[in-house]
Design a protein around this ligand. Sequence first.
Ligand SMILES: Cc1ncc(C[n+]2csc(CCOP(=O)(O)OP(=O)(O)O)c2C)c(N)n1
Ligand code: SF4
Length: 284
Amino acid sequence: MLDISIYGDYHTSWCPGCGNHDVLKALKEALAGLDLAPHQVVHVSGIGQAAKAPHYITLNGFNGLHGRCLPPAQAVKLANPSLTVIAESGDGCNYGEGGNHFLAAIRRNVNITLLVHDNQIYGLTKGQASPTTSEGHVTKSQPDGVTNASFNPIAVAVAMRAGFVARAFSGNISHLATMMQEAIRYPGFAMVDILSPCISFNKVNTFGWYKQRCYELGPDHDPGNWDAAMAKANEFGEHIPVGIIWRNNERMALDERVAVCKQGPLGRQSVDMAVLAGIMQSYI
Ligand SMILES: Cc1ncc(C[n+]2csc(CCOP(=O)(O)OP(=O)(O)O)c2C)c(N)n1
Ligand code: SF4
């Protein structure tokens, strides 16, 4: 196990008490436990408070556009499969602006890990409703309460038979770190939706609110059973299950399925100019 100090200790611009601090700590613990040195990991993010995570940890980092962390993360993995690739951003970024990239990543199943800081609000832009904000939640920009049905990322991912789907709570760092490790170990697209309070702009879904409701899934839940996973995915309210909700034990990652990927890193493969010229000719 590596010493956690290898990932640095940086001053952040996050509010004291924000759940993001716990997510960052859990990520360092998870990587240290997996013996992953900074040069072996690429950390890709979008825009928002959560998306600042790569600024505060010593790893290879790439900060992209709002909602767009998944396309570059998948490209990095395909270009160099020896790297561990982690995409990390907020619920707005991943399920709102990046909603279609989220669906495409599930379908494509490249071997990367997605960490979503789900604070059920747009934090950086000061508290507008995000896709996961509950119906009826009053915000400054929804003074009569949110009228849209909230997006359930877990149910969507399980319905699409994604690779690996887990939920965690930033108030339980060791459980969260374990979920991150399981996601990183999974050989395909793995997501962890992390319930992580924004203490400044979401006064409903607080640490206390989640603490009262979150319960850990035990050995009686079989993540390989799709019907059971769907039932757990739809449980959100008075009781919220955390743990591995769904694990697809059958679907192979794109990196294992597609012939060109099996020939090694795309970045090291040579281009057959004659074949390329032939393809271009066929369009002229
Ligand atoms: C295409 C685009 N739309 C909107 C914005 C403005 N914007 C920047 S951050 C943000 C909200 C981020 O919220 P979330 O992803 O939930 O992350 P949080 O700040 O809560 O961690 C928005 C709407 C933008 N930068 N780009
Ligand atoms: S505004 Fe909310 S999400 Fe942003 S740092 Fe503060 S508590 Fe965290």
